[in-house]
Design a protein. Structure first.
Lengths: 260, 256
């Protein structure tokens, strides 16, 4: 598995798309810091962009990589390797190379502008950490989708649907629920609903650290109380971990049964 | 030694292999022929564990290969289309494949034979189709394995490279290996193959030496014999392979 991981990683880290992806974050972060000068505000702005972009790129990039390496995978399958090692190895290769782009793109400007030793450091780490989790989650979902559908139109379509669901539709359904049942106490419903959507959960994790949760009213206080506690944080991280593990299990399952 | 016992495989509703019994026990080059969609590639992929048969067993060196992977160490495989990861260089690809098996290999000799020395640092994405096929050949021949499976080895090669390929194949045959080749190039088959396995609609339609096939159709060229066989599609041959259950070595294969 390590061999496959290493090869996928080095193949990807030098690919044009990974460099464009990292370069985009680099320019964006530099521009935002240069324009505002307030690192905390930059983190809020970046959060709004990355929470949408990171899952989308992870989904599309991983399906693209699967379809692109399809012929090569046939060669690998003929080698004395376990099937699961090939695909799980590729998964880590994609996830780690995107993570490196993300860390370099977001991290370098902050380092240069002296984030170390300031009070923003903690928020900065939350931003990076949450986006890394999202990368691992959505690379897995995208890769599993591509493995499921040999037809790349279907594979990409599924990726876009997954993204639409978590980034847009899910919030819409939750909001609708909140409006329909507005006569009932809904703070726990809102909390529960948000925890099962990795994008929402990530957003809340960052926002709570930014002390603008007051804007979220009473529900915000419930969130603050829950996620401010150690148990809450552990549950939140466990849910994100589950979201990482689920697609990997799916990749294993599909890899063992597929005809190539 | 390769044995396929009652192998059936269908994709959705399309039945590709139907109760296929086939074994390769003696050393030599077997050309696997058949029209497009006759099940050649599916059969090869079953041997490599890439396609999982619906029914039947495959034994390689007496070991059932279902859900196994270590047996592939005994097999060298040349896949059909030589499309490799674009961002890797030729050298990196060879090193990567070598690291997977971790035993002596002879890629340097092969790189010299195919004149690939100057391409070692080039990215695979920048190579022409023929050069990529040469890289493909290097990776397929670099291990000394008892079984060789080549899917369309001549695709994209210039005449000089084809000559070198034939040379290599002759050497491997002398070492007593089982070599399976699929191809559409009949002159290549005529020159190289010790026997022909003709697949049609997922069944063996003919098995025997090229001269045997020519004699059957009373023609002079293998090409004409095969064309006639395709047109007539009737019983023409006997299965000369040893049967798994030890029954007669001469049984009619198929009528239609």
């Amino acid at each position: 598995m390590k061999n496959i991981l290493r090869y996928s990683f080095f193949d990807l880290i030098r690919s044009r798309w990974t460099i464009i992806y990292g370069g985009f974050y680099l320019i964006l972060t530099f521009a935002l810091i240069w324009l505002s000068g307030d690192l905390l505000k930059v983190i809020t702005s970046l959060m709004n962009i990355t929470l949408m972009l990171v899952p989308l790129i992870a989904l599309l990039f991983s399906s693209m990589y699967y379809y692109h390496s399809r012929d090569f995978v046939e060669l690998l399958l003929a080698q004395p390797l376990k099937r699961t090692h090939i695909f799980i190895g590729q998964y880590w290769g994609i996830a780690i190379s995107l993570s490196v782009s993300l860390i370099v793109g977001l991290g370098l400007p902050f380092l240069i502008f002296g984030v170390l030793g300031t009070s923003v450091l903690y928020h900065f780490f939350t931003l990076i950490g949450v986006n890394l989790m999202l990368t691992f989650i959505f690379v897995g979902l995208g890769f599993a989708g591509a493995l499921r559908y040999e037809n790349r139109i279907k594979g990409f379509g599924l990726g876009i649907l997954i993204w639409l669901f978590f980034a847009v539709i899910y919030d819409g359904i939750v909001l609708l629920g909140l409006v329909v049942f507005r006569d009932y106490p809904l703070d726990h419903f809102a909390l529960g609903a948000s925890i099962f959507n990795p994008i929402d959960l990530s957003r809340i994790l960052i926002l709570l650290k930014l002390d603008i949760s007051a804007l979220m009213g009473y529900t915000g206080a419930v969130f603050q109380k829950f996620l401010g506690s150690t148990t809450g944080i552990i549950i939140a991280i466990a849910v994100l971990m589950l979201w990482v593990v689920f697609p990997i299990g799916r990749i294993r399952f599909l890899a063992l049964r597929k005809d190539f | 030694m390769i044995q396929l016992r009652k192998i059936s495989k269908s994709f959705r509703h399309l039945s590709v292999l139907k109760d296929l019994n086939l074994s390769f026990e003696e050393a030599g080059i077997s050309a696997i022929l058949g029209p497009n969609g006759s099940g050649k590639t599916t059969m090869i992929k079953c041997l490599l564990g890439m396609v999982l048969p619906d029914q039947g067993d495959i034994l390689i060196n007496e070991q059932n290969i279902s859900r196994q992977w270590a047996y592939r160490d005994q097999i060298s495989y040349l896949p059909q289309i030589a499309r490799f990861p674009e961002n890797l260089s030729v050298g990196e690809l060879i090193r990567m494949l070598r690291s997977l098996r971790n035993r002596p290999s002879q890629e340097d000799t092969l790189i010299r034979i195919f004149g690939l020395e100057s391409f070692m640092d080039k990215k695979l994405g920048h190579l022409s189709g023929g050069t990529r096929q040469k890289v493909n050949l290097v990776q397929a021949f670099m291990y000394d394995n008892p079984i060789l499976i080549l899917d369309e080895p001549t695709a994209g090669l210039d005449p000089v490279a084809v000559l070198k390929l034939k040379d290599l194949l002759n050497k491997e045959r002398e070492k007593g290996k089982i070599i399976l080749i699929t191809t559409h190039l009949i002159p290549f088959v005529e020159e190289m193959a010790d026997e022909i396995v003709f697949l049609m609609d997922g069944k063996i339609h003919f098995r025997g030496s090229p001269s045997h096939l020519i004699r059957q159709y009373e023609t002079e060229k293998l090409e004409t014999a095969i064309a006639q066989m395709l047109e007539k599609q009737k019983i023409v041959s006997v299965d000369v392979s040893p049967q798994v259950n030890g029954q007669s070595r001469l049984t009619p294969v198929m009528t239609s």
